[in-house]
Design a protein around this ligand. Structure first.
Ligand SMILES: CSC[C@H]1O[C@H](OP(=O)(O)O)[C@H](O)[C@@H]1O
Length: 345
């Protein structure tokens, strides 16, 4: 009997089953992770991706580490290694580190309890279900910002597949519909990994939304033509001053939105806000394999002798952000520059 089952992941109590997002939308293949190392590989190889989804997956990976090492010598030391192995998978999404810190804190509180496994599993399940609730709360707050008949542009995939379920940016689009508003979507394909073309379009089409796929270089022109009423994206890490790290190409979309007087909204749970990172300058930007750029649709486009640069994220400065939508409410410019207040309520 599954204890959690969504479009993104299933926790059976002894394994984490992930839809392999590298093969969507053409094939629905699943990866079953029975060890923390298998979860680490799944995160690094982007079987599962998206800040909240990565965090929740790592939390269940931590549980698998407990189950593997409980009752063995140097248990504490081994659990430090489990955390480090999972933390070393990808550097930008702060949810990964937030989730692992929360699991380790819980472990230190309960490690001598007889029902340790039950209690640590409950913490991972809490992280997962809290994410879904946060997304639905953001959906309501963000849905109120959109107007009936709006057309929204989004970049990458900040949908159910990037979270435990429902999504952050796509959660706002879902929330607006639940408020009775008719919302159309333009989705950037999001080179090089094509999360928009492969995941966002698939998610929204399956949910009955009017979604149009565009290549990334078309975003400016559709804005210039007056087709876009708002931009909404997710985030991987938001610095204390409101600078936003998100999928590469987000910064360009934010500059274009500013130029065309279009509101630029970021939807992210508090677990994506990192008060320990003062500004976007300090956010580590993951660089991924040249192969993701060199190859497109599994066929080589560019010979090996050509240099490739593949930053997976960029940083949008706070002055380009109209509002940040969280599960605790909407923070509008200029209050974005001091997100610490969100945690004081
Ligand atoms: C709701 S977080 C989604 C966020 O994560 C994506 O990155 P990746 O697919 O590389 O994990 C992208 O930045 C999305 O906006």
């Amino acid at each position: 009997m599954s204890k959690l089952k969504t479009i993104t992941m299933e926790w059976t109590g002894s394994s984490l089953i992930l839809v392999d997002q590298r093969y969507l939308p053409l094939e629905e293949i699943y990866v079953t992770c029975k060890t923390y190392k298998e979860v680490a590989v799944a995160i690094k190889d982007m079987v599962v991706r998206g800040a909240p989804a990565i965090g929740a997956s790592a939390a269940f990976g931590y549980v698998l580490g407990i189950k593997e090492f409980m009752g063995t010598e140097n248990f504490d030391e081994k659990m430090k290694n489990v955390k480090e192995t999972l933390a070393n998978t990808r550097p930008t999404a702060v949810n990964l580190f937030w989730a692992l810190d929360r699991m380790e804190k819980k472990f230190k509180e309960i490690k001598n309890e007889k029902n340790l496994i039950e209690l640590i599993e409950k913490e991972a399940l809490n992280i997962a279900y809290e994410d879904i609730e946060a997304n639905k709360a953001m959906g309501k707050f963000g849905g109120e910002l959109l107007n009936d008949g709006d057309t929204v542009l989004t970049h990458c995939n900040a949908g159910a597949l990037a979270t435990v379920d429902y999504g952050t940016a796509l959660g706002v689009i879902r929330g607006a519909r639940e408020l009775g508003k008719n919302i159309k979507v333009y989705a950037d394909e999001t080179r090089p990994y094509l999360q928009g073309a492969r995941l966002t379009v698939w998610e929204l089409y399956k949910d009955g939304f009017d979604v149009t796929l565009i290549s990334d270089n078309m975003a400016g022109w559709v804005m210039k033509q007056g087709k876009i009423n708002a931009v909404i994206v997710g985030a991987d890490r938001i610095a204390a001053n409101g600078d936003v790290a998100n999928k590469i190409g987000t910064y360009s979309v934010a500059v274009l939105a500013k130029k065309h007087g279009i509101p630029f909204y970021v939807a992210a749970p508090l677990s994506t806000i990192d008060l320990n990172t003062p500004t976007g300058e300090e956010i580590p930007i993951e660089e991924r394999s040249h192969k993701e750029v060199r190859y497109c649709h599994k066929s080589k486009m560019v010979p090996e002798e050509i240099k490739v640069y593949n930053p997976a994220f960029d940083v949008t400065p706070n002055e380009l952000v109209t509002a940040i939508i969280t599960e605790k409410g909407v923070v509008k410019s200029p209050y974005i520059e001091n997100l610490k207040k969100l945690f004081e309520k």
